[in-house]
Design a protein around this ligand. Structure first.
Ligand SMILES: N[C@@H](CCC(=O)N[C@@H](CS)C(=O)NCC(=O)O)C(=O)O
Length: 221
């Protein structure tokens, strides 16, 4: 099924709404929707103002997190699931291989990014969610920076062995996740990226769909 041929009995294509917040992990599906040429609407929340915890949004995603992708009357949450949905409803985008082994390899990188986000980046962004006290938070943040550096090292090695993208010769789903992680590693965690990651970040930033989304979200690449 593709979104284009998923018309219901009344001939209506389900309306796709991405709920997100500028410059967060929701930018990843935003990039993919743009890259796939999808018809969608994006609605931004301010996490700083706690809009994700307002009843109107909890009715969309009771977990109080972005992203959430509303498709018709249903809501898909969790980035890997949203990414796969976008790729599979836009097969011409080539964002996810059809071959089972190639697909498994691509999903393996997507899961790697998702796990690193939760385990390595998130404690550094929000140490106070895990631990009390300034000194303890600083230690946790330092540990997080170390883990992010190790993640970038592993990604850099993989990129050096591949054709320049985690997806090989062309970007796959995980490349859009990694692009945002490279930005956070360099900008928020002040890390010097391995050469292969810096080159990957630049290649991704140069893609017209990526540049458009960055502009829409008011982000520097
Ligand atoms: N497991 C979720 C995590 C998403 C997530 O961490 N979202 C953050 C923004 S980057 C969020 O909405 N945080 C709001 C909060 O925790 O209050 C996913 O993969 O979609």
């Amino acid at each position: 099924m593709t979104l284009a041929d998923s018309r219901n009995g009344a001939g209506v294509v389900p309306r796709v709404v991405l709920w997100g917040s500028r410059g967060t992990t929701s930018t990843i599906p935003h990039l993919l929707l743009a890259e796939a040429g999808a018809a969608f609407e994006v609605r931004f929340l301010s996490l700083k103002d706690g809009e994700q915890r307002r009843p109107e949004y909890l009715a969309v995603n009771p977990k109080g997190e972005v992203p959430a992708l509303a498709v018709g009357g249903r809501v898909v949450t969790e980035i890997p699931a949203i990414c796969v949905f976008i790729a599979e409803t836009h097969p011409a985008s080539g964002l996810l291989p059809a071959d089972p082994l190639e697909k498994a390899l691509a999903l393996s990188w997507l899961q790697w990014c998702s796990f690193r986000q939760a385990q390595s980046f998130f404690p550094g962004f929000m140490p106070q969610r895990f631990i009390e006290g300034e000194a303890e938070a600083a230690k946790l943040r330092a540990a997080s920076v170390g883990r992010v550096a190790e993640a970038m090292r592993q990604a850099g090695e993989a990129l050096s062995r591949s054709g320049g993208f985690l997806g090989g010769e062309r970007p796959g789903l995980a490349d859009y996740y990694l692009f945002m992680q490279e930005r956070w590693a360099a900008r928020a965690f002040r890390l010097e990226l391995p050469e292969a990651c810096a080159a990957h970040r630049a290649r991704m930033a140069a893609r017209p769909a990526v540049a458009r989304v960055m502009e829409t979200e008011g982000l520097e690449p």
